[in-house]
Design a protein around this ligand. Sequence first.
Ligand code: FHN
Length: 619
Amino acid sequence: MTRTPALALAATASTAAISALLLAATPTTQPATPTAGAHEQPGTPTESKSARDARMKWWRDARFGMFIHFGLYSQPAGVWAGKDWPGAGEWLLHNAKADPIEYEKTLVPSFNPVKFDAKEWADLARDAGMKYVVITTKHHDGFALWDSKVSDYDVMATPFKRDIMKELSDAVRADGLTMCWYHSIMDWHHPDYLPRREWDKRPADPAGYPRYVEYMNAQLRELLTNYGPIGILWFDGEWENTWNHDLGKRTDDFVRSLQPAIIVNNRVDTGRAGMEGFSADEKSRGDYGTPEQTIPPNGMPGRDWETCMTMNGTWGFKLSDTRWKSSQDLIRKLCDIASKGGNFLLNVGPRGDGTIPPESVERLHRMGAWMKVNGEAIYGTAASPFPRTLPWGRVTCKPGVAAGTAETMLNLFVFDWPKDGTLRLDGLRSDPMGVTVLGDAGRKATAARDDRGVVVTGLGSAPVDADATVVQLRVAGTPQVDPVYVTPAADGTVTCRAADAVTTGSIQYESHYENLGWWRDTASTASWDVKVAKAIGFRVKLDYACNETCGGEIEVDVGGTKLRATLPPRKDWGDFATVDVGMTTIPADKPVRVTVRALTKPGESFINLRSVTLTPMQW
Ligand code: FHN
C-alpha cells in the first residue's frame, strides 16, 4: 500500500491497475445510483434477533454518551484569513472555501494541543454519567488524529507527534467506558475523493474514487486493528453521490469482519432506512438511526436510535459560538430522549490547545451530579408506556424491577412540580405497589387508583431537584395504559397534527414547520386514531407544502373509506396550502384510524404535511 503523500496531487497510476488492486482489497464502486429495492434488513442480514440483542445490549443500557469533535479545525476556531466564518467550526475549510492544500500547510505545522490530557477527557465523560465516547478520528477535512501508516496528513506530521487515539482509548477504557470511532466517508482533502469542492482546482481523475475507497478502508483497518475493541463505528458524510448502497453494504461487512461485536450506525449506507428520512426501500445497513440536533417527538418505535446534539451551535470548537444550552435543558433532553427509547450523544468541541471549554465542563459536572442521584432512572430503561408525553414531565420504565416479581418500575421525571404534591397519571390502569422519591428517601408518598387512572399524593410542595425530580412508582405487572385518541375541539373540528402522528418507513417529524417530512416512498404512512362522540359527516382537508417538482396523488383512509386527491406542486417546502380531499362519516364512540400514504412514487420527497383536519359537515 503506497502512502498518500501529504501534498498529493491526483494519482497517476493506471485505472486498470488500481481497479485490480481494489477488487482484491476493498469494495468496488458500482453505478452512483443505489440499487433500488434492495431489501437488506438494518444491521447484519444474517444475524439472529437474539445475537443482535446481545450485541446491542451495552449500548441500549448506556443511554448516554460523549461525542468529541476535535481536529485541525479546533485551532482556528472558525476564523480563516482573518474572518470569523458562519457555520460550524469543523466545516471551516468548506465555509471559507479554503484550498485544501493551503488549509493543510497552514494548520498542520501549528497543531499542538499541548494541554491535551486523555484522562481529563475520560474522567469528564465518566463523571457526567456517560458510558461511551465517540471521537472524530477523521472528519471531512481528511486529517487523521492517529498515527496512520497510509497517510502523512496525520497527527504525526504535526509538532504534537502523539497518537491521540491511542492515548484516549487507553484512558477511556481505564475509566470503564467504551471507546468508539467517528469516521467521515466524505474527505475534502484526499486527491482521489470525489466530488471535488467547486473551488478545489486540483486535477481530478474520474477513476480515482476507487483508490479513495481503498485508502479509507486501509485507514479503517488501522483503526479497528491497532486500538483494541471499538464499541461503535460512527460513520458520517455518506450523502454525496459517489457513495452508494453497494459500497455501504461492503463497508459494513468489512468493518464487522474486523470487529464482529462492533455497532455500526446508519450513516454507513445511503438509505438511513426508515430512521431518518432516506428511502425505506433501501432497507439500508446500520444498527441504529441518528437524528441530529432533534428529538423525534414520538421516538422511533421498534427501532434503535440516538440523538446527537451540540451544547452550543457548533460541533468543532468555535470561539464566537456562545449559544450554550442550559444544564436544565440538557438534563431534560436526556430524560426526554430516554423516555422515547433513545440514546443521547452529547457533543464537546475541545479547543486547539486540547482543553475542554469551561462552559462544557460546567454543564457536564451538573449533569453528572444529577446522574449520580437519578442515573438508575436512565440506564437500562425502556420507553414510556404512555402513548403521549405527560404534561408535567417524562417517564421511563424498567420491567421486572424487583427480582422475582412481575412489577414494573415507572420512573416519573417531574419537570413541573405540583404545588399540592399531587401527581396524576391519567389512563394508567395498573395497580400501584409503592412510591419512592430519588434523592429523598425520607419523603413518604402514596399512590392509588381512581376512575381516571393513578394519582400519587403526599409528594410535598417542593421538588428534590428543580431540573427534574424522579418519582419512582412501582406497578403490578406490565403497565396497562389507555390508548389516546384525537378528539374534536369545541367547534367539532378534529385536527390530526403532525407531531401526534404514528409514522412508518421514512416519514419523520420536522420541528421547522411542525410537519411530517422525509416522505420518500409509497410504503411509508402516517396515522392517527380518532374518536368522536357523535356520528356525523366530516369534510377532510390537508395542510401541505412541497417544491415545484414534488406533490402528486395521495390517499387518505378514514376508517376504511379511501379518499384520493391530487396535490399540485407548490413554490417550496414552506409554501403551505389547504386542499379538500372529500367527505366521509365517522361512527360515534368507536375509534377510527386515519391513515395517509403517497400513491405517487416520490422524487426527493413527496410533501410536507402539517395536518389532516376533519371539519363537521353542516347539513
Ligand atoms: O457534517 C457533519 C457535521 O460536521 C457533524 O460532524 C455532524 C455530527 O453528527 N454530522 C455531519 C452533519 O450531519
